[in-house]
Design a protein around this ligand. Structure first.
Ligand code: IVH
Length: 756
């Protein structure tokens, strides 16, 4: 490279590094990850070393940091606050140790003080006669900012030294950090108040220290860990750095509990490996470890180069944040049909592995982070956590970079993608037909509470789908003994049993059949409601939204129940974790007043998580556009959408052709009082029943016309309590609902109503 070429590249690097320094040191608003900055600085030093005639005193390589900002007083450091040489692998570390030993004239082995490299802000504290007189940031190493007022608010900084024997003047240096837990808490609070959050704990610590108002700083969870001394007047310190640290601890300073003395390059390498393994579990961020020659006499002998001591080195960990670009955003279909945007990245080495994908979770996240294809992004991978996109660098967006849009159809099966208004998660409506959802759909179809196909377990379903024997539930009924006997862990006998079980499952109820289809939002209770209402699957094939929403005898949420449910939610905002996915059973488990099973189904279908439900008012639950009737508009759309899909209709037809059938509605007593002697009763089952499973009892009671609900309310006619009945029994007693025992259940099963 000619001197001319080098000069051009050096000028560009200097301009960029200056810009980063300004953002990082002056504005506390870093523009690039550290790793990128380190690389540019290394490159600049490399070029300057090759062309010493181009080095100027104002090059960023010639100074340690940025400038002090005007609003704070300036503090000149009596002893400059130096920087550390970096190394990145075991060879560079061994080189350092070799250099140290050779300068010490062939010392065999050197003791090092081994310390975590805390990722915070370097601070110097000046004590005169044992009293804190000044706190200062490092600034550019020679001059820092006076932050005495803020230092005083940090609880781990002693205002007065403990014990005695301290020098007349001593400067104690260390790192002010924000522990990870405190950082998360503080960001959550900022988010709650709608304020801007911090990108990482180091940035938060820096922003907190550089407040003009110390009351602000006092509220921030900061800590100071000491690792060095600066000026010392009128006193002596121990001979070893490790002893100095112990002395500081004795005077009341906080030390990192990880500090050790290790021997030789091997001891350093072991320490680095050990801390590296535990990095993610440490209470604060660290970006490497620091090794310092422990003997102060040896330190003096080694001396300094321009900006760093020869007796210390920082062995950095692989960066946890890196820059890369988004090459594409693809959409994956999960087992439940949830559609997840995934960013395909230009491969980048971060957190010790090469990362080429990062999940974007859902469209809300894409929109919040404003990700475009072609964007330069910060990728983070900490510990074993899955890689994530921290944020995009909008200033680097190429012109015309396309925004990410949700595809209208499922990339796997081509069915329509639905994303109900206000919801984060988009889903494929393909259900049974979608290959991505196939295994789960078939497992659900076969499950005990659906078609109850005995012997068709999860492992078997996996095999059947993987071998291409079954694509949808209707294929199950075409399986032969020969095909099945050929599968792993399947004998002739079990194959025959399974074919028999398949045959037996064909005789079912309409409610079980509807539940088995796995329509989003149709739980068992809603399936029963639909079965009671429509009596056959045929009317559902041409159902319109209007037929389903409100009216029509489908249980909904009226103003009164909405009030009760909303009141419960307001009083118990933390009943469930915010990100917990909702299903009817979970909601019923909360024993929310007025929450019947069908309302629970409807709520769960409408609100994907507790967090979504937590913010609602009674008005949101009833009436208006966001109404949740027993079947609200959203749920109705899902149901209509499912039955409108050609492939779903085909599967239903094939199931019926295969012989799947339910009792004719006429037999279940259309206008025939005797066939439904329990009509009008609402029952709740609890505890373990003798000789009959709870589901079996439920089916039998429903066949006799009773409604079986999941929770007790004033409208419950009877609670049937078996052995070890739980809270429902207590609730019944509280509300004065009559309770039946086993004998009472048998009376009901004969079609007679016991005396309450
Ligand atoms: S010693 C003369 N020890 O790293 C040596 N520094 O790159 C002065 N740091 O400005 C520094 N943990 O902000 C030292 N245990 C440790 C450290 C540490 C973090 C930071 C400090 C310093 C920077 C040097």
């Amino acid at each position: 490279m000619t001197s001319n070429d080098a000069s051009t590249e050096i000028a560009a690097l200097r301009a960029e590094i200056e810009q980063h320094n300004h953002r990082y040191y002056v504005l506390d608003d870093p523009s690039v990850p550290d790793a990128e900055y380190d690389r540019q600085m290394r490159r600049l030093r490399e070029l300057e070393a090759a062309h010493p005639e181009l080095v100027t005193p104002d090059s960023p390589s010639q100074r340690v940091g940025g400038e002090a900002i005007a609003a704070f007083g300036e503090v000149r450091h009596a002893v400059p606050m130096l920087s550390l040489e970096n190394c990145f692998d075991g060879d560079e570390l061994a080189d350092f140790d070799r250099r140290v030993r050779s300068r010490l004239h062939g010392v065999n082995e050197v003791d090092y003080s081994a310390e975590p490299k805390l990722d915070g802000l370097a601070v110097s504290l000046r004590y005169e006669h044992g009293l804190l007189v000044r706190g200062a940031t490092r600034g550019d190493g020679a001059t820092g900012e006076d932050i005495t007022h803020n230092a005083r608010t940090i609880p781990s900084i002693p205002l007065k030294l403990r014990g005695g024997g301290w020098p007349e003047v001593i400067e104690v240096r260390g790192e002010v950090v924000m522990p990870k837990a405190g950082f998360e808490r503080m960001n959550a609070a900022l988010r709650e108040r709608g304020e801007k959050t911090f990108v990482n704990p180091r940035n938060a610590a820096a922003g907190s220290l550089r407040q003009l108002d110390p009351r602000m700083t006092a509220q921030r969870p900061l800590a100071m860990y000491c690792y060095a001394v600066g000026e010392v007047v009128g006193g002596e310190l121990p001979d070893r750095h490790s002893e100095v640290l112990k002395q500081l601890a004795g005077w009341g300073f906080k030390l990192s509990p990880e500090v050790r003395v290790v021997r030789g390059a091997q001891g350093c390498a072991d320490f680095h490996a050990d801390i590296g393994r535990r990095r993610a579990d440490l209470p604060m961020d660290i970006d490497g470890v620091v090794f310092k020659v422990d003997s102060r006499a040896q330190q003096a002998e080694l001396g300094f180069v321009a900006r760093a001591p020869r007796w210390a080195i920082a062995y950095k960990f692989p960066a946890q944040e890196e820059l890369t670009t988004v090459e594409a955003v693809e959409f994956q279909v999960g087992r439940t049909g949830a559609i997840t945007p995934v960013a395909r990245l230009k491969p980048v080495f971060v957190g010790g592995v090469t990362v080429s994908n990062a999940t974007l979770h859902n469209m809300d996240e894409v929109e919040r982070k404003d990700v475009h294809v072609g964007d330069t992004v910060i990728v983070r991978r900490a510990g074993d956590v899955i890689p994530e996109i921290v944020r995009v660098l909008p200033e680097r967006r190429p012109a015309g970079a396309p925004a990410v849009v949700l595809p209208p159809v499922c990339p796997v099966c081509g069915s329509a993608v639905v994303r109900p208004a206000g919801e984060a998660v988009a889903r494929c409506s393909g259900g049974l037909f979608c290959a991505a959802q196939r295994k789960e759909a078939i497992k659900h179809f076969a499950s005990r509470r659906a078609m109850d196909i005995e012997g068709l377990g999860d492992k078997l379903v996996d095999q059947l789908v993987e071998q291409g024997l079954v694509h949808d539930p209707a294929d199950l009924y075409a399986l032969t003994v020969e095909q099945l006997a050929g599968l792993e862990r399947m004998g002739e006998k079990s194959a025959e049993n399974l074919v028999d079980a398949l045959e037996a499952s064909k005789q079912t109820t309409l409610a079980r059949f509807l539940f088995a289809l796995g329509v989003m939002g149709i739980g068992e209770t809603l399936a029963q409601t639909l079965a009671d209402h429509f009596r056959d699957v045929t009317p559902l094939l041409s159902v319109r939204s209007d037929d389903l929403v409100g009216g029509q005898g489908v249980t909904g949420i009226g103003p009164k129940s909405a009030e009760a449910i909303a009141a419960y939610i307001a009083e118990h905002p933390d009943a469930l974790p915010d990100d917990m996915a909702l299903d009817a059973a979970t909601l019923l488990g909360l024993a929310i007043p007025q929450l019947t099973a069908s309302r629970a189904d409807a709520l769960a279908a409408h609100f994907p998580t507790w967090g979504a439900l937590r913010g609602v008012s009674a008005a949101d639950l009833v009436g208006g556009g966001t109404r949740v009737a027993g079947i609200g508009a959203v749920l109705a759309e899902q149901i209509v959408g499912f039955f409108a899909q050609v492939h779903n209709r085909e599967i239903i037809q094939r199931l019926r052709d295969a012989g799947v059938r339910w009792e004719s509605p006429v037999l279940r007593g259309d206008g025939d009082g005797d066939a439904q002697p329990l009509a009008g009763l609402t029952l709740v089952l609890t505890g373990t029943l003798e000789g009959i499973g709870r589901n079996e009892a439920k089916d039998a009671l429903q066949a006799l016309g009773a409604k079986v609900a999941g929770s007790v309310s004033r409208n419950t006619s009877f609670v049937i309590a078996g052995a070890e009945a739980g809270s429902k029994l207590g609730k019944a007693e509280k509300l004065g609902v009559p309770v039946l025992d086993q004998a009472g259940l048998e009376t009901l099963l004969r079609g007679e109503i016991p005396a309450g």
